[in-house]
Design a protein around this ligand. Sequence first.
Ligand code: HEC
Length: 310
Amino acid sequence: MKTNKKLEDEINFKNVFTNPLRMFGWVFVIFIGLILALGIYYVKNIGDISLNVQPTGLITDSVNVKTELNAKKGGISPAVDLAVVKNPKPDFVAKGKSLFEANCKSCHGDNGMGDGPAGTVLNPKPRNFHEVDGWTNGRNIDLMYKTLQEGIIKNGMAAYEYLAPADRFAIISYIRTFAEFPPIKEEELKSLDDKYQISKGVVVPSQIPVSLAESNLTSESAEVIKKIQDAKSLLSSAKENPGALIVNRVSMNKEKLIAAFLNQNENQNLESFINTVIANPINCGFKPTVAQLSREELKTMYEFLKAATL
Ligand code: HEC
């Protein structure tokens, strides 16, 4: 009987405020509740939650890792003092570090080990700067500069020719702090200078936002651009339309969604629409939650999109 009394004590909440320790027995229930709530929150927001920090718009859509670039006007970038490149001062290296963190860390990792979150899907893996062997272009300064100028596109290493040459050298100087690198030779700098006129100032191309580039790519003509814009404004104005409601709920990127829809329009029917969207929601501008829609809802959405893009 003694044990019974104890049990009763434990589930009796009358004195829970004077003796909060009584709650202790419920700790695991609270814990499970918390995990559940977090889990539901995660699943509901799965379209927006991502570990990936943005590399600058170079990974293909299948992983949808990209950042928005700021529009930048091209022009002549200032000349680079090659003496600084040869003997970088701490502030030059510090600048390189912050540029590295903004542009390269997502793939090459905090310490240049090639273990950044955005690099996990790439094959070959992003270069581990601590390793000496196996470089595609090479570790000499002229070869690293070439990598940044041209990229190694087929392997997922983008070109960074829009970074000012001085900034590229700053990043390289920072990368060179990760390990022992070959000393900088006068000829290497000279050949770079002959090739790219670095010490005179270099023409830097303009840079346009990814979304603009994307819509430029997906829409060959002004007509298509107009169609996309019309459909987009219809989407935001037709608030009560059931089809628009659904699209707004499950879209990740409306412009992309409409462009993708237009791209398939030729001989697209409801069946092929559903198949493509479910197979690859992100490429079609949808959140993955689109897979939770009923057939009826998908049909409503399809019909709205069809009418909106006529
Ligand atoms: C999207 C991921 C990604 C980002 C962002 C990225 N890189 Fe890379 N990088 C790679 C991959 C993948 C390779 C390996 C290419 C190869 O082995 O051919 C690589 C290789 C390199 C190499 C070695 C090339 C060689 O000769 O093997 C250098 C140097 C380099 N990156 C510098 C940079 C710098 C500097 C930045 C930032 C301005 C940067 N990377 C941003 C993916 C990335």
